[in-house]
Design a protein around this ligand. Structure first.
Ligand SMILES: [Fe+2]
Length: 261
């Protein structure tokens, strides 16, 4: 049974949302926190992330950053005039397509500040976990209903990204590890995403709740829950793959050299 729902409480207060939304958000805290507090980000914050892991991360996550406006374009194509939540979604998506296009430029500047040339970023990678993440984002925005797609990308991916960016920016060690002349441009992407008061994920959650109403059926609720879990899990697999290869390099650098007898 779908029933009309319009937010009356504060945008950034979970209690303003229907019970089913509150339950999903609470259930997904574990999978979300395993991304936002991932060791890759604590090492990055401490300026202790092996260079190979930094390179892996920036190159492999780039396709998702670059295609984020395209994901939103797939969702814009689903809009119908007068349907509940569709006007909210139209305003949100059209406004944020341009913002995300700027963010792609900021990511390129971040990579440059880390010594990764633009060509290397654009050449891409053969790694499978990050490919699964970008395929998932494309698939869900291209083929799944609007509410599922917005939940998977604009709520889950953008929301958790704000949290890990906040973690990395919580100390100035990482910023200071970048070359001084590229520090400002290199930190622009992180600083743009590190605002804890960012309304975007909440606006996305409001769209999901408005599209599905106060009492969606069980299948619709499970689809949202599963979409959030997949977004968090594919992100975590990506981070683990980037870090594992970076740490192999770190361990090799500590291996005892053979003594000449
Ligand atoms: Fe962004």
């Amino acid at each position: 049974m779908t029933s009309h729902w319009v937010r009356t409480g504060e945008l950034r207060d979970l209690e303003s949302y229907p019970q089913w939304v509150q339950e999903i958000v609470n259930d997904m805290r574990g999978p979300k926190d395993r991304v936002s507090g991932h060791r890759l980000f604590t090492l990055m914050r401490d300026a202790a992330l092996p260079w190979r892991a930094t390179r892996n991360f920036l190159v492999r996550v780039w396709p998702v950053i670059e295609r984020f406006p395209q994901y939103m374009g797939r969702n814009l194509a689903k809009l119908e005039y007068g349907m509940p939540g569709h006007d909210l979604a139209r305003t949100f998506l059209t406004r944020n397509v341009r913002v995300e296009q700027n963010h792609a430029d900021y990511w390129v500047e971040w990579a440059l500040a880390c010594g990764i040339p633009r060509e290397e970023l654009l050449a891409g990678s053969q790694a499978s976990a990050s490919a699964a993440l970008s395929h998932w984002c494309w698939y869900v925005c291209d083929r799944e209903p609007l509410a599922v797609a917005v939940a998977a990308t604009n709520y889950a991916i953008e929301g958790v990204t704000g949290e890990w960016a906040h973690l990395v920016c919580s100390s100035d060690r990482y910023a200071k590890s970048l070359p001084e002349e590229q520090r400002k441009s290199g930190m622009r992407w992180l600083r743009a995403h590190a605002r804890y008061d960012d309304a975007h994920p909440w606006e996305a959650l409001e769209i999901v709740a408005t599209l599905l109403g106060a009492h969606p059926n069980g299948r619709e609720v499970r689809a949202i829950s599963s979409a959030l879990r997949q977004s968090y899990d594919y992100m975590r697999y990506t981070l683990e793959e980037c870090l594992a290869e970076g740490e192999e390099e770190l361990l090799r650098s500590f291996e005892p050299r053979e003594c000449a007898a």
